[in-house]
Design a protein around this ligand. Structure first.
Ligand code: ADP
Length: 596
């Protein structure tokens, strides 16, 4: 049984080289990952160090021995700093001064090792001896040659480095990362025990070959296994979390091939991870839906930003609505390597919103019908007036026609009066229809000023009855694309609110000012009253559902107004007037943007 130690060292070196390769490739694949980079470096240096040790054992001349032992120190001088920074990253304990100090010390030792004639391990290089191992192998005796003081300092450096590492483990343990700390402490202990044994062997207290190589190997193998297990456990944990999330998640590569989907994705879109891997979104959804998803993902990748959208997707024949967030996965250098999508099924909540909105509208409608009842007498008067005027004008016209000579100018005037009164009655009826209509009218191009005017006309006699002085300034040609009924409902609600707010006011102080104008390329309608007003901190709250200060109030009017405005791409807000009363403004996009 000969030649065991040296071949064994070669094998050990090979194991370390393999570990270095394995972690080095991981670094390359993830581009940058410092802890793996440091570990790859440590493994590579250990492989080299053990090779140098094997070379020293097999040395035949003193100069060969000196060269090999010098190489050992060269590798050690790089190994220890790499190890220290690895421990710092692994434990998260980074005493910078100590780390830099120790790294400096090893740099100094490196220089000394090169400067000394036989390196730091050998003081007297005049002769060499051999050592017979129990199994008959004869190797160079590494113990007999006197060591320099630097060699002892190197040992001191190792002791300090080990002490820091063990202390870092202890702190990591205290911080709650027990498992990581325990494994590292085991690896360090093995290394420390084998190094101590090495010292005892050097001092000839124990008869054996050097054992520190085994310490290095133990450190590398244990930490390598731990890092592998950790990354496997982490993957498993992440997978379990992903699979238990109530949202569908998928991950795709840059070419759009599925890489990973979670369980919710499988059940929502009736697919399986095995069946979809490597396929594209076009293989899963109908073309139009897939095109939207694809475009959103491309946008996320191009802009490196999250893209949020609402998508209606096919789920085994049923169309469901999803809130989706697409985001790119970025490397540390900012380049994207994948894109992920998260889908939250909002079908039910959309349906609930829809039902709630419908309910609110019905309630509001009932309320409006009630207010129509309250102003019916004024309305009757409002309609009677133009009708009576039209009748008397028509009778006058007939009388004129009965005369021999018809005065055409007078006739024209009479007919113009009839047209005017007819329009007025028509506006009242239109307004009334808007107020009572529950069915939605389609979007159309409308003149906002005229639309608001119809509402003012509708309430005209109510203003007269309550003694409200109305001032209106409605700009012509404010063309908007809107649902006329809804816009009139908003104006009506605001004016009725204004009337109610002014009810407590002394009659000669009831003022309503309605304006419609083009402002910043949009149509702005303002309804200003001189009523009780709204406290500053309530200006937003009045739009909340069921907020009311009226004994008979429902508190849904302003909320519905806001939802109507939002569905038209506009907005509504309230302001407290500096003197008295409140002003409600609503703004709508203009059809014709050229006037901006
Ligand atoms: P309701 O009229 O049924 O109370 P609204 O949603 O239309 O419901 O109004 C909510 C609340 O906002 C009112 O109760 C009132 O307190 C306040 N409010 C609305 N308009 C005015 C206004 N012009 N002046 C003062 N307060 C107002």
């Amino acid at each position: 049984m000969k030649e065991i130690l040296v071949p064994a060292l070669y094998v050990m070196s090979g194991v370390c080289a393999y570990t270095a390769l394995h972690h080095g490739l991981a670094v390359l694949r993830r581009r940058v990952n410092r802890i793996h980079l440091l570990f790859a470096l440590m493994s590579l240096l250990t492989a080299a160090l053990i090779m140098a040790r094997a070379g020293a054992y097999g040395a035949h001349t003193v100069s060969e021995l000196v060269a090999m032992r010098r190489w050992e120190i060269v590798f050690l001088c790089f190994f220890v700093p790499a190890f220290l920074w690895f421990v710092a990253d692994y434990t998260g304990i980074r005493p910078r001064k100590l780390l830099f100090g120790l790294s400096g010390f090893w740099a100094l030792l490196f220089a000394v090792n090169l400067a000394l004639p036989s390196g730091v391990q050998i003081a007297d290089s005049s002769s060499m001896a051999y050592f017979d191992l129990p199994w008959g192998e004869r190797v160079a005796d590494l113990r007999v040659i006197q060591r320099t003081v630097w060699h002892n300092l190197a040992w001191l450096g190792i002791v300090i480095s080990l002490s820091y590492s063990l202390y870092a483990c202890y702190l990591q343990y205290r911080r709650g990362q027990q498992r990581r700390a325990r494994v590292m402490a085991w690896a360090l202990s093995a290394f420390a025990v084998l190094s101590l044994l090495n010292v005892a062997i050097n001092l000839k207290l124990v008869e054996f070959v050097h054992t520190s190589d085994f310490g290095f190997l133990a450190l590398i193998v244990v930490m390598d296994m731990e890092m592998m297990l950790e990354s496997r456990d982490q993957k498993r944990r992440l997978r379990a979390v992903l699979d238990h999330l109530p949202v569908a998640i998928c991950l795709k590569d840059l070419k759009g091939h599925f890489q990973l989907i979670n369980r919710k994705f499988e059940s929502a879109f009736r697919t399986r991870e095995g069946a979809i891997a490597g396929k594209k979104v076009f293989d899963l959804f109908p073309r139009e839906q897939a095109a939207i998803i694809d475009a959103n993902e491309r946008h996320a990748l191009d802009t490196r930003q999250d893209v949020e959208s609402e998508e209606v997707l096919d789920c085994g024949g049923e169309a469901r609505t999803f809130q989706s967030i697409k985001f790119p996965l970025l490397r540390e250098d900012g380049s994207a390597y994948a894109v992920s999508s998260v889908y939250i099924d909002i079908t039910e909540s959309r349906q609930k919103d829809e039902a709630l909105n419908r309910f609110r509208r019905q309630v509001w409608h009932a309320d409006r019908v009630a207010s129509t009842g309250a102003i019916t007498s004024s309305l009757a008067h409002e309609l009677c007036q133009p009708l009576a005027a039209m009748l008397s004008n028509a009778q006058a016209g007939l009388r004129f026609l009965a005369q021999d000579k018809v005065d055409l100018d007078e006739m024209r005037e009479i007919l113009q009066d009839i047209v005017r009164d007819d329009k007025r009655a028509g506006a009242v009826i239109n307004g009334l229809r808007a107020m009572l209509q529950q069915q939605e009218t389609p979007y159309a191009d409308i003149d906002l000023g005229q639309c608001i005017n119809e509402v003012i006309m509708l309430l005209h006699s109510e203003f007269v009855r309550t003694g409200v002085v109305v001032e209106h300034l409605l700009e012509a040609n404010l063309a908007i694309r809107a649902n006329k009924t809804q816009i009139q409902q908003v104006a009506l609600n605001l004016m009725i609110n204004a009337l109610e707010a002014m009810a407590e006011q002394v009659p000669d102080q009831r003022m309503l000012r309605v304006t419609a104008a083009r402002v910043d390329g949009k149509a702005l309608v303002s309804i200003r009253d001189s009523g009780i007003g709204i406290a500053e901190d309530m200006l937003d709250r009045v739009f909340d559902g069921f907020y009311t200060t009226k004994p008979q109030g429902l508190g849904v009017g302003l909320e519905v107004c806001r939802s109507i405005m939002e569905s038209h791409g506009g907005g509504i807000w309230a302001e407290a007037n500096p003197d008295r009363g409140a002003t409600f403004h609503f703004v709508l996009p203009l059809e014709d943007k050229t006037g901006t």
